[in-house]
Design a protein around this ligand. Structure first.
Ligand SMILES: [Mg+2]
Length: 118
C-alpha cells in the first residue's frame, strides 16, 4: 500500500512516514495541496493523508479539486490536522474525506483508521 502524506511541515511528514513505514506502508510526501494533487494524478497512490493549513493549496482546496478529477476522485483521503473545529470536520467530510484525525495522533489510531478506510 502506498500512502501520500500531504503536509507543509517536514517534521510532521517524517513522523507520519516513520509511523506508516513501521506498519508496512510505502510512503510519498508532498509539501502542499498543489504538489499533492500532482503526485496523486501520477497514480499509484492508494490513500492520502491530508493536512488542512498549507500554503499554495490548502487541504480543503485539494479535496475540492480532486473530487472534480474522475481518475483520482475515489482515492481515499484521511485528514490529519491540528484544527479540530467541527465546521472544518464537516466541510472536509462533505468534500469526500473518509476520516478526520487530529494531531498529535497515536500511531495505533492512525494505522487502525487507515486500515478501516482502505
Ligand atoms: Mg500545516
Amino acid at each position: 500500500m502506498n500512502a501520500l502524506i500531504v503536509d507543509d511541515s517536514s517534521t510532521m511528514r517524517k513522523i507520519v512516514s516513520l509511523a506508516l513505514g513501521g506498519a508496512g506502508y510505502s510512503t510519498q510526501e508532498a509539501e502542499n495541496g498543489r504538489v499533492g494533487l500532482e503526485k496523486t494524478m501520477l497514480g499509484g497512490v492508494d490513500l492520502v493523508l491530508l493536512d488542512i493549513n498549507m500554503p499554495e493549496m490548502n487541504g480543503l482546496e485539494y479535496l475540492e479539486a480532486k473530487s472534480k478529477i474522475s481518475s483520482i476522485a475515489k482515492v481515499p483521503v484521511v485528514m490529519l490536522t491540528t484544527q479540530d473545529e467541527k465546521e472544518l470536520q464537516e466541510k472536509a467530510l462533505s468534500l469526500g474525506a473518509k476520516a478526520y484525525l487530529v494531531k498529535p495522533f497515536k500511531k495505533d489510531d492512525l494505522v487502525a483508521t487507515l486500515s478501516k478506510v482502505l
